[in-house]
Design a binder for this molecule. Structure first.
Ligand code: ACO
Length: 331
Protein backbone atom coordinates (compact mmCIF):
# COMPACT_ATOMS: atom_id res chain seq x y z
CA UNK A 1 0.00 0.00 0.00
CA UNK A 2 1.29 3.46 -0.94
CA UNK A 3 1.14 5.79 2.09
CA UNK A 4 3.00 8.68 0.46
CA UNK A 5 1.55 12.08 1.29
CA UNK A 6 2.08 14.75 -1.37
CA UNK A 7 2.57 18.29 -0.02
CA UNK A 8 0.58 21.20 -1.45
CA UNK A 9 0.92 24.96 -1.74
CA UNK A 10 -1.06 27.98 -2.85
CA UNK A 11 0.55 28.98 -6.15
CA UNK A 12 -1.67 31.96 -7.04
CA UNK A 13 -4.55 34.07 -5.79
CA UNK A 14 -6.87 36.63 -7.35
CA UNK A 15 -10.13 38.52 -7.03
CA UNK A 16 -12.97 39.55 -9.35
CA UNK A 17 -15.19 42.39 -8.22
CA UNK A 18 -18.30 43.88 -9.85
CA UNK A 19 -17.95 47.43 -11.13
CA UNK A 20 -20.94 49.03 -9.42
CA UNK A 21 -20.33 50.51 -5.97
CA UNK A 22 -23.30 51.03 -3.64
CA UNK A 23 -22.52 53.35 -0.73
CA UNK A 24 -24.36 53.35 2.58
CA UNK A 25 -25.85 56.71 1.60
CA UNK A 26 -27.33 55.08 -1.54
CA UNK A 27 -29.19 52.56 0.65
CA UNK A 28 -30.76 55.43 2.58
CA UNK A 29 -32.82 56.03 -0.58
CA UNK A 30 -34.46 52.59 -0.50
CA UNK A 31 -34.74 51.64 3.20
CA UNK A 32 -34.98 53.44 6.53
CA UNK A 33 -31.29 53.31 7.44
CA UNK A 34 -28.26 55.56 7.66
CA UNK A 35 -24.51 55.44 7.22
CA UNK A 36 -23.87 55.85 10.95
CA UNK A 37 -25.99 52.79 11.92
CA UNK A 38 -24.45 50.56 9.25
CA UNK A 39 -20.85 51.65 9.88
CA UNK A 40 -21.14 51.40 13.68
CA UNK A 41 -22.88 48.01 13.76
CA UNK A 42 -20.96 46.34 10.95
CA UNK A 43 -17.98 48.43 9.79
CA UNK A 44 -19.32 48.43 6.22
CA UNK A 45 -19.17 51.68 4.21
CA UNK A 46 -19.87 50.37 0.71
CA UNK A 47 -20.33 47.17 -1.28
CA UNK A 48 -20.27 46.06 -4.93
CA UNK A 49 -23.23 44.56 -6.80
CA UNK A 50 -23.45 42.88 -10.20
CA UNK A 51 -25.24 44.62 -13.04
CA UNK A 52 -27.04 42.88 -15.88
CA UNK A 53 -23.80 42.30 -17.85
CA UNK A 54 -22.08 40.60 -14.90
CA UNK A 55 -22.68 37.14 -13.45
CA UNK A 56 -21.19 35.05 -10.69
CA UNK A 57 -19.35 33.11 -13.38
CA UNK A 58 -17.90 36.26 -14.99
CA UNK A 59 -16.57 37.43 -11.60
CA UNK A 60 -15.14 33.99 -10.83
CA UNK A 61 -13.49 33.81 -14.25
CA UNK A 62 -11.86 37.19 -13.69
CA UNK A 63 -10.55 36.08 -10.28
CA UNK A 64 -9.37 32.74 -11.69
CA UNK A 65 -7.45 34.40 -14.57
CA UNK A 66 -5.60 36.50 -11.99
CA UNK A 67 -4.86 33.45 -9.81
CA UNK A 68 -3.68 31.39 -12.79
CA UNK A 69 -1.10 34.00 -13.84
CA UNK A 70 1.43 32.10 -15.90
CA UNK A 71 -0.13 28.65 -15.33
CA UNK A 72 -1.50 26.96 -18.44
CA UNK A 73 -5.25 26.21 -17.93
CA UNK A 74 -4.64 22.89 -19.72
CA UNK A 75 -2.57 21.82 -16.71
CA UNK A 76 -5.48 22.21 -14.29
CA UNK A 77 -6.79 18.79 -13.20
CA UNK A 78 -9.80 19.94 -11.20
CA UNK A 79 -11.95 23.07 -10.88
CA UNK A 80 -13.84 23.47 -7.59
CA UNK A 81 -16.19 26.39 -7.08
CA UNK A 82 -17.42 27.30 -3.60
CA UNK A 83 -20.73 29.08 -4.05
CA UNK A 84 -24.14 29.16 -2.42
CA UNK A 85 -25.66 31.43 -5.06
CA UNK A 86 -24.79 29.89 -8.43
CA UNK A 87 -26.06 31.44 -11.66
CA UNK A 88 -27.83 28.14 -12.36
CA UNK A 89 -28.65 25.10 -10.25
CA UNK A 90 -27.02 23.24 -13.12
CA UNK A 91 -24.65 23.30 -14.86
CA UNK A 92 -22.35 24.04 -11.95
CA UNK A 93 -20.43 27.31 -11.84
CA UNK A 94 -17.25 25.19 -11.78
CA UNK A 95 -18.20 23.73 -15.19
CA UNK A 96 -18.84 27.23 -16.54
CA UNK A 97 -15.43 28.39 -15.30
CA UNK A 98 -13.83 25.27 -16.80
CA UNK A 99 -15.45 26.10 -20.17
CA UNK A 100 -14.54 29.81 -20.12
CA UNK A 101 -10.91 29.24 -19.14
CA UNK A 102 -10.50 26.21 -21.40
CA UNK A 103 -9.33 23.96 -18.56
CA UNK A 104 -10.25 21.18 -20.94
CA UNK A 105 -8.62 18.34 -18.98
CA UNK A 106 -10.19 19.29 -15.65
CA UNK A 107 -13.07 17.70 -13.78
CA UNK A 108 -15.35 20.30 -12.19
CA UNK A 109 -17.90 20.59 -9.38
CA UNK A 110 -19.39 23.11 -6.94
CA UNK A 111 -19.48 22.91 -3.17
CA UNK A 112 -21.96 24.67 -0.88
CA UNK A 113 -20.64 25.67 2.51
CA UNK A 114 -21.66 29.35 2.45
CA UNK A 115 -19.05 31.61 4.05
CA UNK A 116 -16.90 28.60 5.00
CA UNK A 117 -16.73 27.53 1.35
CA UNK A 118 -13.16 28.67 0.79
CA UNK A 119 -11.83 26.79 3.82
CA UNK A 120 -13.84 23.67 2.94
CA UNK A 121 -12.62 23.89 -0.66
CA UNK A 122 -9.04 24.27 0.45
CA UNK A 123 -9.34 21.06 2.46
CA UNK A 124 -10.81 19.18 -0.50
CA UNK A 125 -8.05 20.47 -2.80
CA UNK A 126 -5.34 19.62 -0.27
CA UNK A 127 -6.73 16.09 0.15
CA UNK A 128 -6.84 15.41 -3.61
CA UNK A 129 -3.24 16.59 -3.89
CA UNK A 130 -2.11 14.70 -0.78
CA UNK A 131 -3.49 11.44 -2.15
CA UNK A 132 -1.71 11.93 -5.48
CA UNK A 133 -5.01 12.08 -7.39
CA UNK A 134 -4.37 15.57 -8.80
CA UNK A 135 -1.47 18.00 -9.10
CA UNK A 136 -3.09 21.33 -10.01
CA UNK A 137 -6.44 22.54 -8.70
CA UNK A 138 -8.30 25.79 -9.33
CA UNK A 139 -10.47 26.74 -6.35
CA UNK A 140 -12.84 29.61 -7.14
CA UNK A 141 -15.25 31.11 -4.62
CA UNK A 142 -18.07 33.42 -5.60
CA UNK A 143 -21.34 34.66 -4.19
CA UNK A 144 -23.85 37.07 -5.67
CA UNK A 145 -25.95 38.03 -2.68
CA UNK A 146 -27.58 40.99 -4.41
CA UNK A 147 -29.92 38.65 -6.31
CA UNK A 148 -31.08 36.95 -3.10
CA UNK A 149 -31.55 39.97 -0.88
CA UNK A 150 -34.91 41.47 -0.07
CA UNK A 151 -33.97 45.08 -0.83
CA UNK A 152 -36.87 46.19 1.39
CA UNK A 153 -35.41 44.43 4.45
CA UNK A 154 -33.01 46.85 6.12
CA UNK A 155 -31.79 44.22 8.57
CA UNK A 156 -30.07 42.24 5.79
CA UNK A 157 -29.72 44.42 2.66
CA UNK A 158 -27.08 46.66 4.22
CA UNK A 159 -24.73 43.80 5.11
CA UNK A 160 -23.96 41.89 1.92
CA UNK A 161 -22.09 42.44 -1.34
CA UNK A 162 -21.06 40.49 -4.43
CA UNK A 163 -17.59 39.30 -5.35
CA UNK A 164 -15.31 36.44 -6.32
CA UNK A 165 -11.90 35.11 -5.39
CA UNK A 166 -9.73 32.27 -6.65
CA UNK A 167 -6.72 30.21 -5.63
CA UNK A 168 -4.53 27.83 -7.56
CA UNK A 169 -3.39 24.97 -5.35
CA UNK A 170 -0.59 22.77 -6.62
CA UNK A 171 1.55 19.85 -5.55
CA UNK A 172 4.59 21.43 -3.93
CA UNK A 173 7.65 20.81 -6.10
CA UNK A 174 10.11 21.64 -3.33
CA UNK A 175 8.44 19.03 -1.09
CA UNK A 176 7.59 21.71 1.48
CA UNK A 177 4.00 21.42 2.65
CA UNK A 178 2.51 24.91 2.84
CA UNK A 179 -1.12 24.02 3.51
CA UNK A 180 -0.31 22.83 7.00
CA UNK A 181 -3.72 21.92 8.35
CA UNK A 182 -7.40 22.53 7.66
CA UNK A 183 -10.17 21.84 10.13
CA UNK A 184 -13.88 21.92 9.19
CA UNK A 185 -16.97 21.76 11.38
CA UNK A 186 -20.75 22.00 11.00
CA UNK A 187 -23.89 22.23 13.11
CA UNK A 188 -26.96 21.60 10.98
CA UNK A 189 -29.23 21.89 14.05
CA UNK A 190 -28.84 25.68 13.90
CA UNK A 191 -29.31 25.83 10.12
CA UNK A 192 -32.56 27.78 10.30
CA UNK A 193 -30.81 30.84 11.77
CA UNK A 194 -29.30 31.79 8.41
CA UNK A 195 -31.04 30.66 5.30
CA UNK A 196 -31.92 31.30 1.67
CA UNK A 197 -34.88 29.03 0.92
CA UNK A 198 -35.19 27.79 -2.66
CA UNK A 199 -38.25 28.90 -4.63
CA UNK A 200 -40.01 26.74 -7.20
CA UNK A 201 -43.32 25.00 -7.81
CA UNK A 202 -44.64 21.49 -7.42
CA UNK A 203 -46.02 19.44 -10.27
CA UNK A 204 -49.56 20.77 -10.95
CA UNK A 205 -50.94 17.23 -10.48
CA UNK A 206 -50.12 17.19 -6.75
CA UNK A 207 -51.16 19.45 -3.89
CA UNK A 208 -49.19 22.69 -4.15
CA UNK A 209 -46.43 23.51 -1.74
CA UNK A 210 -46.22 27.03 -0.33
CA UNK A 211 -42.68 27.95 -1.20
CA UNK A 212 -41.08 31.10 0.08
CA UNK A 213 -39.23 33.70 -1.93
CA UNK A 214 -35.49 33.09 -2.24
CA UNK A 215 -34.39 35.84 0.12
CA UNK A 216 -31.77 35.88 2.85
CA UNK A 217 -33.18 35.28 6.33
CA UNK A 218 -30.75 35.90 9.17
CA UNK A 219 -31.10 35.89 12.93
CA UNK A 220 -28.31 38.45 13.33
CA UNK A 221 -27.87 38.10 17.10
CA UNK A 222 -27.65 34.29 16.99
CA UNK A 223 -25.16 34.40 14.13
CA UNK A 224 -23.07 36.96 15.99
CA UNK A 225 -22.95 34.73 19.09
CA UNK A 226 -22.19 31.64 16.98
CA UNK A 227 -19.27 33.37 15.26
CA UNK A 228 -17.60 34.80 18.34
CA UNK A 229 -17.97 31.53 20.27
CA UNK A 230 -16.92 28.99 17.64
CA UNK A 231 -14.22 30.73 15.58
CA UNK A 232 -11.69 31.30 18.40
CA UNK A 233 -11.97 27.60 19.37
CA UNK A 234 -11.54 26.55 15.74
CA UNK A 235 -8.43 28.72 15.36
CA UNK A 236 -6.94 27.38 18.59
CA UNK A 237 -7.58 23.78 17.49
CA UNK A 238 -5.96 24.35 14.10
CA UNK A 239 -2.79 26.05 15.38
CA UNK A 240 -2.43 23.42 18.12
CA UNK A 241 -2.65 20.69 15.51
CA UNK A 242 0.15 22.35 13.52
CA UNK A 243 2.19 22.78 16.71
CA UNK A 244 2.59 26.55 16.53
CA UNK A 245 1.48 29.24 18.97
CA UNK A 246 -0.93 32.10 18.19
CA UNK A 247 2.03 34.49 18.58
CA UNK A 248 3.81 32.76 15.70
CA UNK A 249 0.95 33.53 13.30
CA UNK A 250 1.83 36.60 11.22
CA UNK A 251 -1.61 37.41 9.88
CA UNK A 252 -5.23 36.36 10.37
CA UNK A 253 -7.63 36.55 7.42
CA UNK A 254 -11.14 35.93 8.68
CA UNK A 255 -14.43 35.85 6.80
CA UNK A 256 -15.28 39.52 6.34
CA UNK A 257 -18.80 39.66 7.78
CA UNK A 258 -18.64 42.29 10.46
CA UNK A 259 -15.75 44.24 11.99
CA UNK A 260 -17.18 43.79 15.49
CA UNK A 261 -17.11 40.00 15.06
CA UNK A 262 -13.46 40.11 13.94
CA UNK A 263 -12.44 42.40 16.81
CA UNK A 264 -14.26 40.25 19.34
CA UNK A 265 -12.53 37.10 18.01
CA UNK A 266 -9.13 38.85 18.22
CA UNK A 267 -9.83 39.89 21.81
CA UNK A 268 -11.04 36.43 22.82
CA UNK A 269 -7.85 34.94 21.39
CA UNK A 270 -5.74 37.58 23.11
CA UNK A 271 -4.17 38.49 19.76
CA UNK A 272 -3.39 42.06 18.69
CA UNK A 273 -6.24 43.33 16.47
CA UNK A 274 -3.60 44.76 14.13
CA UNK A 275 -2.81 41.23 12.93
CA UNK A 276 -6.33 40.87 11.46
CA UNK A 277 -6.65 42.17 7.92
CA UNK A 278 -9.94 43.97 7.25
CA UNK A 279 -11.39 45.15 3.95
CA UNK A 280 -15.10 44.63 4.60
CA UNK A 281 -15.66 48.40 4.69
CA UNK A 282 -15.23 48.31 0.88
CA UNK A 283 -17.13 45.15 -0.02
CA UNK A 284 -19.54 44.14 2.78
CA UNK A 285 -20.01 40.43 3.35
CA UNK A 286 -19.10 38.61 0.12
CA UNK A 287 -19.68 35.19 1.68
CA UNK A 288 -17.51 32.37 0.21
CA UNK A 289 -15.36 34.91 -1.66
CA UNK A 290 -14.42 37.18 1.23
CA UNK A 291 -11.33 35.33 2.52
CA UNK A 292 -9.57 35.20 -0.87
CA UNK A 293 -10.54 38.77 -1.75
CA UNK A 294 -9.07 39.88 1.58
CA UNK A 295 -5.97 37.72 1.18
CA UNK A 296 -5.35 39.07 -2.34
CA UNK A 297 -5.57 42.66 -1.14
CA UNK A 298 -3.48 41.92 1.95
CA UNK A 299 -0.70 40.64 -0.32
CA UNK A 300 -1.07 43.59 -2.74
CA UNK A 301 -0.88 46.06 0.14
CA UNK A 302 2.15 44.38 1.74
CA UNK A 303 0.14 43.42 4.84
CA UNK A 304 1.08 39.81 4.11
CA UNK A 305 4.78 39.42 3.45
CA UNK A 306 6.44 36.34 2.00
CA UNK A 307 7.09 34.04 3.78
CA UNK A 308 4.31 34.37 6.37
CA UNK A 309 2.31 32.06 8.57
CA UNK A 310 -1.39 32.70 7.97
CA UNK A 311 -4.64 31.65 9.59
CA UNK A 312 -7.69 31.66 7.29
CA UNK A 313 -11.02 31.21 9.05
CA UNK A 314 -14.57 31.01 7.70
CA UNK A 315 -18.00 30.81 9.34
CA UNK A 316 -21.53 31.01 8.07
CA UNK A 317 -24.70 29.28 6.96
CA UNK A 318 -25.13 25.59 7.59
CA UNK A 319 -24.03 26.43 10.18
CA UNK A 320 -20.47 25.75 9.07
CA UNK A 321 -17.05 26.94 10.14
CA UNK A 322 -13.43 26.04 9.72
CA UNK A 323 -9.82 27.18 9.85
CA UNK A 324 -6.78 26.66 7.64
CA UNK A 325 -3.18 27.24 8.71
CA UNK A 326 -1.09 28.11 5.68
CA UNK A 327 2.48 29.12 4.97
CA UNK A 328 2.41 31.84 2.29
CA UNK A 329 5.61 31.49 0.33
CA UNK A 330 4.97 31.86 -3.41
CA UNK A 331 7.93 31.33 -5.79
N1 ACO B 1 -30.61 50.62 9.80
C1 ACO B 1 -31.11 51.19 10.91
N2 ACO B 1 -31.66 50.46 11.92
C2 ACO B 1 -31.68 49.13 11.77
C3 ACO B 1 -31.17 48.49 10.63
C4 ACO B 1 -30.62 49.29 9.62
N3 ACO B 1 -30.09 48.77 8.51
N4 ACO B 1 -31.33 47.14 10.79
C5 ACO B 1 -31.92 46.95 11.97
N5 ACO B 1 -32.14 48.15 12.56
C6 ACO B 1 -32.76 48.41 13.86
C7 ACO B 1 -33.65 47.28 14.31
O1 ACO B 1 -34.92 47.40 13.76
C8 ACO B 1 -33.63 47.48 15.80
O2 ACO B 1 -34.54 48.54 16.11
P1 ACO B 1 -35.44 48.46 17.45
O3 ACO B 1 -34.47 48.47 18.58
O4 ACO B 1 -36.29 49.68 17.34
O5 ACO B 1 -36.20 47.18 17.35
C9 ACO B 1 -32.23 48.01 16.09
O6 ACO B 1 -31.72 48.51 14.83
C10 ACO B 1 -31.29 46.95 16.60
O7 ACO B 1 -31.39 45.81 15.76
P2 ACO B 1 -30.59 44.50 16.07
O8 ACO B 1 -30.84 43.50 14.99
O9 ACO B 1 -30.85 44.09 17.48
O10 ACO B 1 -29.10 45.06 15.94
P3 ACO B 1 -27.76 44.40 16.37
O11 ACO B 1 -27.04 45.27 17.29
O12 ACO B 1 -27.91 42.96 16.74
O13 ACO B 1 -26.95 44.43 14.99
C11 ACO B 1 -26.31 43.02 13.19
C12 ACO B 1 -27.45 43.77 13.87
C13 ACO B 1 -25.30 44.03 12.64
C14 ACO B 1 -26.90 42.22 12.04
C15 ACO B 1 -25.63 42.09 14.22
O14 ACO B 1 -26.58 41.28 14.85
C16 ACO B 1 -24.59 41.22 13.60
O15 ACO B 1 -23.53 41.69 13.24
N6 ACO B 1 -24.87 39.91 13.47
C17 ACO B 1 -23.98 39.01 12.76
C18 ACO B 1 -24.38 39.07 11.35
C19 ACO B 1 -23.34 38.56 10.46
O16 ACO B 1 -22.19 38.90 10.58
N7 ACO B 1 -23.76 37.73 9.53
C20 ACO B 1 -22.95 37.21 8.57
C21 ACO B 1 -22.25 35.94 9.00
S1 ACO B 1 -22.81 34.61 8.17
C22 ACO B 1 -22.59 34.89 6.61
O17 ACO B 1 -21.62 35.50 6.27
C23 ACO B 1 -23.60 34.43 5.60
Amino acid sequence: MNNKFFPSKIAGIGKGMPQTVIKNSDLEKIVDTNDEWIATRSGIKERRVVSSEETGTSLAVKASREALAGINPEEIDLVICATSMPDNLYPSTACEIQRELKCSKAAAFDITAACSGLVYGLNIARSFIASGTYKNILLASVDVHSRFINWEDRSTCVLFGDGAGAMVITRSEDEQNDILYVEMEADGVKGEELKIPLSGKNCPLVSPNTLKDSYVYMNGREIYKFAVNTVPESIKKAVNKVGVSLEEVDCFILHQANVRIIESIADRLGVDREKFFINLHKYGNTSAASIVIAMTEAVEEGFIKSPSLLVLSGFGAGLTWGTAVVRWNPQ
